[in-house]
Design a binder for this molecule. Sequence first.
Ligand SMILES: O=C(O)CCC(=O)C(=O)O
Ligand SMILES: [Fe+2]
Length: 202
Amino acid sequence: MFISGSNAPLADEIIELDGSRLLYFRNYISDPDACYNALLEQSHWQQPELTIFGQTRKVRRLVSFVGDPGVAYRYSGHRHFADPWPGILSDINRQLHSDFEFGFNSALLNYYRNGSEGMGYHSDDEPELGPAPVIASLSLGCERDFVFRRKGGGRQQLSLPLAHGSLLLMLPPCQRDWQHALPERKRVKAGRINLTYRRIFA
Ligand SMILES: O=C(O)CCC(=O)C(=O)O
Ligand SMILES: [Fe+2]
């Protein structure tokens, strides 16, 4: 189920997260250095502001959103229309389609300039992602830990270091039951880019 593509490569790790499955492919992107540099230079990076309990702050990372024409997505409190796909990201989308038969129509990019930037616990469970979203997360640049806890709080249950050029598939019902985060790592000086491919329903 969900991994129906007959060309699907073998996962390096299959992680069972109490009812949800994560698949990890360590070397999915063939030239990760070139991809990192191209995205760093070519993306339209923005630093959205987020208002929580009346306080407005810039998020601690840079963000870019790309996809098919007309696709819009609400993140950091605002609705954003997708920028056109850079060639390198539509190539990866084609690869994801041929390997797994996924039909993503957009990707959210996050650029963490160093280890003092990260992302707090959340689930990618907005209604426009449908009831059972598959999220394909590609990582480039400095290896960082990606952590999970059950929705509703509680302790961290899993920490996965995500390597340069790797792919992590989060399969349903992961977004329904679990939250994930990218904790700060103050000692880290180097940058990291993460791409999450998503299917957004109008
Ligand atoms: O940077 C990461 O690995 C996670 C990004 C993420 O969770 C998101 O964009 O929703
Ligand atoms: Fe997420």
